[in-house]
Design a protein around this ligand. Structure first.
Ligand code: DOR
Ligand code: ZN
Ligand code: ZN
Length: 448
């Protein structure tokens, strides 16, 4: 047997510890992990010189844009940013132009993506107008549904509890998770109206409108509705202590519910947001230090399941509008998530085990990404190779994303993704993209 290639002198994250080993790859999968002397013959060998090899990392919250929003990001630049950031799989959000919310819009999107992507990409869909179309969307390959509660985006009336329950019931039957942007539309618009009337249009006003209650109200409502069904609810970007507590309580009572936090809400505060002006405007917004502490504690206690970047690229012009109400919300995150989290490992804020759990094992489990999420013989050969000791300064002007700005621009970090293998193919090597557009794989959740 001669395999495609063997990586030697790796320090691999294998069965919750770091082991010195070699890794043989064959036909896009991990063929063997073991001592160099036990490796089969190979067409090619790469000496990793003790670099750390993690299971390919997965970002379940990414806005790749393209189509009508390709001026902000497209499938090539977005997945290049993912590969550069050490991510081998991303899940694409549906608030596109057109909104991904039918089998037709999903089919078109998948077709466009297939020619351009560099990493594995799975797709969210918003719920369709008619629930009978849910099966078609799932058959078309949606990995999950997304429900945006802050305003009406998809076809499902977000103000109607019964409609939500019917949609959840259907998704539950089909074993498809439903991801939530939990901000209560009614309370949020009422808050906004008051602030706009009083001519408050700065960052502080934005934070006030997107209050803690706005998040909690949506979380509580959704948990209550979901409890009537077998749906797996996944809460995106939880930002408040109260929201997280409500989710933890539901978990204690046996609900199939999971949640995610972003590096932004772990590392930046409301003070940064008001100082940073419109640049740090995102939804949900940055919070006060007590919430940041609660999120870190949620990670330590195991209530937080996933770290997602919420990579939300916009043009600099869109980020610089005079009134905060006109600023496009969100910041890019694909190229900063891993270095930031590894830096926090170095600072003992979180362990490497937890980072791998939050960025690989648990995302693969929740979204049923078959044969991914762990380093194991027979798994897909998605590998994130990291120089854990390398210190560097984040330089947003060098991003592969079209959004060349970041709240972390200039931050000193430690831990750099240096090689990204996707299905056995080297896609990123020392910051350079070395694979062709279209070499990534369109993936779907495992519905079995
Ligand atoms: O900050 C955000 N940006 N929050 C969202 O919910 C949407 C996202 C975007 O698409 O830009
Ligand atoms: Zn969101
Ligand atoms: Zn988002």
């Amino acid at each position: 047997m001669i395999v495609d290639f063997v990586l030697t002198n790796a320090k691999a994250y294998w069965h919750n510890r770091i082991v010195d080993c070699s890794i043989a790859l064959e036909d896009g999968r991990i063929y063997k992990i073991g001592k160099e002397t036990q490796m089969p013959k190979a067409d090619e060998k790469t000496n990793l010189h003790n670099l750390l090899v993690l299971p390919g990392l997965i970002d379940v919250h990414v806005h790749l844009r393209d189509e009508g929003k390709s001026y902000k990001e497209d499938f090539f630049t977005g997945t290049a940013a993912a590969a550069a950031g050490g991510l081998t799989t991303v899940l694409d959000m549906p608030n596109n132009a057109p909104v991904t919310m039918s089998s037709e819009t999903l089919r078109n999107r998948v077709q466009i993506a297939a020619r351009k992507i560099l990493v594995n990409v799975g797709f969210y869909s918003e719920f369709p107008t008619s629930l009978t179309e849910i099966e078609d969307i799932v058959a078309q390959g949606a990995a999950a549904f997304k429900l945006f509660m802050a305003c009406q985006v998809g076809g499902l009336n977000i103000d109607n509890d019964q409609a939500l329950q019917d949609a959840f019931a259907k998704a539950g039957k089909l074993n498809v998770p439903v991801a939530m942007h939990a901000e209560d539309r009614a309370l949020l618009t009422a808050n906004e109206a008051k602030l706009k009337q009083a001519k408050h249009n700065d960052a502080a006003a934005f934070l006030k409108a997107h209050s803690e209650e706005v998040e909690l109200k949506a979380v509580e409502r959704l948990l209550k509705i979901a409890a009537q069904t077998s749906v797996h609810l996944h809460f995106c970007h939880v930002t408040t202590e109260q929201g997280l507590n409500a989710i933890a309580e539901a978990k204690k009572h046996g609900s199939t519910v999971t949640c995610e936090v972003t590096p932004n809400h772990l590392l930046l505060s409301n003070v940064d947001a008001t100082r940073g002006g419109s640049m740090l405007i995102m939804m949900p917004p940055l919070r006060s230090p007590n919430h940041i502490e609660a999120l870190w504690k949620g990670i330590a206690d195991g209530w937080v399941d996933v770290i997602g970047s919420d990579h939300a690229p916009h043009t600099l012009d869109e980020k610089s509008a005079g009134s905060v109400w006109d600023v496009k919300v969100g910041v890019p995150g694909l190229e900063t998530t891993l270095p930031l989290m590894l830096t926090m490992v170095k600072k003992n804020r979180v362990s490497l085990e937890q980072v791998v759990h939050l960025l690989a094992e648990k995302p693969a489990e929740i979204f049923r990404l078959k044969d991914r999420g762990t380093l194991e013989q027979g798994q897909k050969a998605d590998l994130t190779v990291v120089d854990f000791n390398r210190k560097f300064k984040i330089d947003a002007s060098k991003f592969h994303s079209k959004a060349k700005y970041s709240p972390y621009d200039g931050w000193e970090v430690q831990g750099k993704p240096v090689k990204t293998y996707v299905n056995g193919l080297l896609v990123m090597d020392d910051g350079e993209i070395v694979a062709k557009p279209g070499s990534g794989e369109v993936i779907r959740g495992d519905r079995a």
